[in-house]
Design a protein. Structure first.
Length: 217
């Protein structure tokens, strides 16, 4: 699948943002890195819990900070479930439709801890946590961010992404408004992720929603 983040450089330019430090939660293979560089992002932190992907990120993107961990509302350790598509790995309980998964115990940190420990204060975050996006937001210092991109879903699918309406409401309570969205067909994404032989998914959208502060609009 092509990355919706190809629109990121144009988005940052249109919004008039100069992103100093972006934290990407759920970095996978760092597919978005070329677009962050094109947008002139000063520093990138990639957060990824799967050890072999972490090693690859450190080799491929030596200019980025790579943190081997998952993110949630509280730190500790948790069980990560990894299906056939590793970018669908999640801390959420697997569903039957996810097929066979393997489980590994991983370190868990909070986005707020990452923010506080950074030499350059992060002003942007991308959150892709396969159904646990709201939990990541609950562990973030949203007051210090100017731009937040969150993967959401309009279909109730606990291992795909958090519900779109709930994420919008959570961000509105923190003073953010939706500035843009990048949309993918839910049925297409579900078939791509879970393979053939699964029940036909219903209609809906997977939305990467771009949030900015209301006073920036």
């Amino acid at each position: 699948m092509g990355s919706v983040f190809r629109s990121f450089p144009e988005l940052v330019s249109r919004l008039g943002l100069d992103v100093r430090h972006l934290v990407h939660v759920g970095a996978h293979q760092g597919e978005e890195m070329p677009y962050y560089r094109m947008a002139g992002v000063g520093h990138v932190t990639l957060v990824e819990p799967i050890p072999r992907l972490v090693a690859a990120l450190r080799r491929t993107h030596p200019d980025a900070t790579v943190i081997e961990a998952a993110c949630a509302s509280t730190p500790g350790r948790a069980r990560l479930h990894i299906p056939r598509r590793t970018n669908m790995a999640t801390l959420a309980t697997p569903q039957t439709t996810d097929g066979r998964t393997r489980a590994v115990d991983v370190e868990v940190t909070t986005l707020a801890h990452i923010q506080a420990a950074a030499e350059v204060a992060p002003d942007a975050a991308v959150i892709d946590a396969q159904g646990r996006e709201l939990d990541v937001l609950d562990g973030a210092d949203l007051a210090s961010l100017d731009l937040v991109v969150v993967e959401t879903c309009t279909v109730a699918d606990p291992t795909m992404a958090s519900p779109h309406r709930a994420v919008v409401e959570r961000m509105a309570a923190a003073g953010f408004t939706e500035a843009d969205r990048w949309v993918r067909d839910y049925a297409f994404v579900a078939r791509w992720a879970r393979g053939p032989g699964q029940p036909a998914p219903g209609p809906g959208e997977v939305r990467d929603v771009v949030f900015t502060r209301e006073e920036q609009r």
